[in-house]
Design a protein around this ligand. Structure first.
Ligand code: AMP
Length: 160
């Protein structure tokens, strides 16, 4: 198990439980440090596994069923009309955090100039996050604790 009473692990990152708004026995869902669009969240297996192939069948089922449920709820909540579900499996596919995760992103008409610009936006975010520890002078673009906590709190209420 990769969690204790206060945190879940997301690769090397400790994720405070205030940022997690849904969990099953095998998966959890958290708000994003840098969402590319409102409602961009991550669905993550509780067991810390780097690659999709390393998940057990029951974890794969649970992860995608959870993504399906979360996508439906957040699409409605954000008045969106489509979803991008994206799993970058391995560093050469764009994965920057070595722990399997599905990006769930509500989509609207014209939310990006070109539809696939969303992938550039995700990669740009990752590039900045990865050099952040080197360039500490750079303006901080990450969201604060309170903003993320409040977003997670709103989403929690979707499951009552
Ligand atoms: P990927 O590039 O597919 O590995 O996606 C990594 C995702 O994790 C990006 O959407 C980041 O914004 C997000 N992320 C990285 N670190 C954290 C963190 N500490 N808390 C929440 N989200 C994070």
């Amino acid at each position: 198990m990769t969690s204790n009473s206060e945190y879940y692990m997301f690769g090397p990152h400790k994720i405070h439980k205030n940022f997690i708004f849904y969990a099953t026995n095998l998966s959890y869902v958290m708000v994003n440090l840098r969402p590319v669009r409102p409602g961009h969240v991550l669905v993550i297996p509780k067991r810390m596994v780097k690659r999709f192939v390393d998940l057990k069948g029951e974890e794969v089922c649970d992860l995608w069923l959870t993504a399906q449920l979360i996508g439906a709820k957040l699409e409605l909540f954000h008045n969106a009309s489509s979803l991008t579900l994206n799993l970058q499996d391995g560093p050469k596919a764009g994965q920057t955090v070595p722990h399997v995760h599905i990006h769930v992103i509500p989509r609207k008409a014209c939310d990006f100039k070109r539809n696939d610009d969303i992938y550039d936006a995700m990669n740009e975010n990752d590039r900045e996050l990865s050099k952040q520890h080197i360039d500490m002078e750079e303006e901080r673009k990450d969201r604060g604790f309170e903003e993320m906590k409040e977003e997670a709190h709103h989403y929690t209420k979707l499951f009552f």
